[in-house]
Design a protein around this ligand. Structure first.
Ligand code: ADP
Ligand code: ADP
Length: 224
């Protein structure tokens, strides 16, 4: 079974813009999968459909075997999304942000792994600091921790390193590799070829809402 299965996915926005013209691909379980494409290609639209934030116009999507229309709750529980935009209440602390997220997913207090998650993203010493006092890099790491609160089998990162400095990029990559090594399937969108090349087992390329490649990274690079 695939971690994510997308079949003929189409999206036309209310204004008439078609962002996805029938995209199909599988993300194999256990991989780090890169969705590569220039700005405006349709990457965020695709991720937002998986996240349940945007309604598709046609086609099918499954997450961990759960159809997003037929089993939306199970589909949602199977995926963690790290959004592109950093949006936090500045007066919450990292500990509170994760506790609230745990509450949203109905995880009993005793079963929440708040400190373990903060430690994994090197934020244990900031557990009780206001989010507004965190650096941009710390906030991004907190977003990753937040997406992992319900321990989803699939983690999706939307442009995780856009506008991020080299050091933080290395840290994020290391953490993504670690999560993957522990069994999480990872999907990341990026418009940096080097990022996809460095991290991903497989790369799909999307342009103007159409899939133009989908191959193991080594095969793709051999052709380039
Ligand atoms: P949906 O049909 O999925 O609900 P929306 O109708 O919510 O899509 O989109 C709402 C409006 O937001 C669009 O009509 C558009 O004017 C605006 N909008 C938001 N993001 C963008 C974008 N990236 N490019 C163009 N318009 C956008
Ligand atoms: P990417 O993430 O690859 O940069 P997007 O999925 O954000 O691409 O956008 C794909 C296309 O859909 C773009 O032309 C964009 O302007 C348009 N678009 C995105 N969101 C909306 C929206 N809410 N309403 C209308 N058009 C949108």
């Amino acid at each position: 079974d695939a971690a994510i299965r997308i079949q003929d996915l189409q999206k036309t926005y209310a204004g008439g813009k078609t962002a996805l013209h029938g995209v199909s691909f599988d993300v194999p379980r256990g991989q780090i999968f890169g969705l590569l494409g220039p700005n405006g290609a349709g990457k965020s639209t695709l991720i937002n459909i998986l996240a349940g934030l945007v309604n598709k116009s046609a086609g099918k999507a499954e997450i961990w075997g759960f159809d997003i229309d037929e089993h939306p709750r199970n589909a949602k529980r199977s995926i963690g999304i790290v959004p592109q935009e950093i949006l936090f209440d500045p007066f919450f602390t990292p500990r509170e942000a994760l506790e609230i997220q745990g509450g949203l997913y109905g995880i009993p207090k005793a079963e929440r792994k708040t400190m373990e998650l903060l430690k994994a993203v090197y934020l244990s010493d900031k557990a009780d600091a206001y989010a507004r006092s965190l650096s941009g890099g710390m906030k991004r790491r907190l977003l990753v921790a937040k997406a992992m609160v319900h321990t989803p089998p699939v983690l999706v990162l939307d442009e995780p390193t856009a506008g991020v400095d080299v050091e933080l990029r290395q840290q994020l990559w290391a953490y993504v590799r670690e999560l993957n090594a522990r069994g999480t399937t990872v999907v990341l969108t990026t418009h940096y070829l080097e990022e996809a090349q460095e991290l991903c087992d497989r790369i799909a390329i999307i342009n103007h809402g159409r899939l133009i490649a989908n191959e193991p990274t080594t095969t793709l690079l051999a052709k380039a």
